[in-house]
Design a protein around this ligand. Structure first.
Ligand SMILES: C[S@@+](CC[C@H](N)C(=O)[O-])C[C@H]1O[C@@H](n2cnc3c(N)ncnc32)[C@H](O)[C@@H]1O
Length: 211
């Protein structure tokens, strides 16, 4: 059976947006450092789509690097806060409300697209494939995408908790090989994987380039 797209994680209320904008500083810094390593491997890119942008963490960082950034998200409160934070940071970003599964952009409209911390919310391979296809469609050259590794201590712990106590798993890991295979279907090849040891670090970031 095909998984319905779930909008349960959309950050529409001000409290969830505010909470997300107050992620632990060291976590935030680590994640921005991952983006820096990933984008260092991209060449001659100007326009970037950050989807979903949430409260604009990556959008702001990208704009500070001199990129022309479009950030999209379905969360009203997240978008509002993203606009305010971008203004505070003194950067110009185009934010808009769109569904990542049905982007209103032309094929290859952006030099690069970024999808950070969303893929792991979807359990079905088919939905993940749709998400990847849409990010590839609107990218002329690069797609930067995060995933959660099934080999990390955290993922092992989640599976154990599920087995022992029935605690539901809400984050769905995928292997690098599975991600590579989906991108291959879209005509993209791997450039670099950032994140360090998969055993220690759940969050992994991949850069793919159009063939
Ligand atoms: C975990 S947050 C990540 C946000 C951002 N990439 C970051 O790392 O700060 C996931 C975001 O996805 C948004 N979202 C969930 N489903 C979406 C959809 N179908 N279309 C657009 N945004 C969506 C949520 O509103 C939320 O802001």
């Amino acid at each position: 059976m095909v998984e319905q797209i779930s909008y349960a994680r959309v950050k529409s209320d001000p409290l969830s947006a505010q909470t997300y904008s107050q992620r632990k500083q060291n976590k935030h810094d680590q994640e921005m450092a991952m983006l820096a390593k990933a984008f260092a491997k991209t060449k001659d890119i100007h326009s970037v789509l950050d989807a979903p942008c949430g409260v604009g963490r990556a959008s702001i960082w990208l704009a500070q690097q001199g990129r022309e950034v479009t950030g999209i998200d379905l969360g009203k409160a997240a978008l509002k806060l993203a606009g305010e934070l971008a203004q505070e940071a003194g950067v110009k970003i185009s934010f808009a409300s769109h569904d990542i599964f049905a982007l209103p952009f032309a094929n290859k409209q952006f030099d690069a697209t970024l999808c950070f911390r969303l893929l792991h919310h979807f359990e079905s391979e088919e939905l993940r494939a749709r998400l990847i296809a849409e990010m590839c469609r609107v990218s002329d050259r690069y797609v930067v995408m995060s995933r959660i590794s099934p080999h990390s201590v955290t993922s092992w712990r989640r599976r154990l908790r599920f087995k022992l106590f029935g605690k539901p798993i809400k984050q769905y890991p995928v292997t690098a090989a599975a991600l590579d295979a989906q991108f291959k279907k879209q005509g993209f090849s791997p450039v670099i994987q950032v994140g360090g040891s998969e055993f220690l670090h759940s969050l992994q970031l991949h850069v793919y380039m159009r063939n």
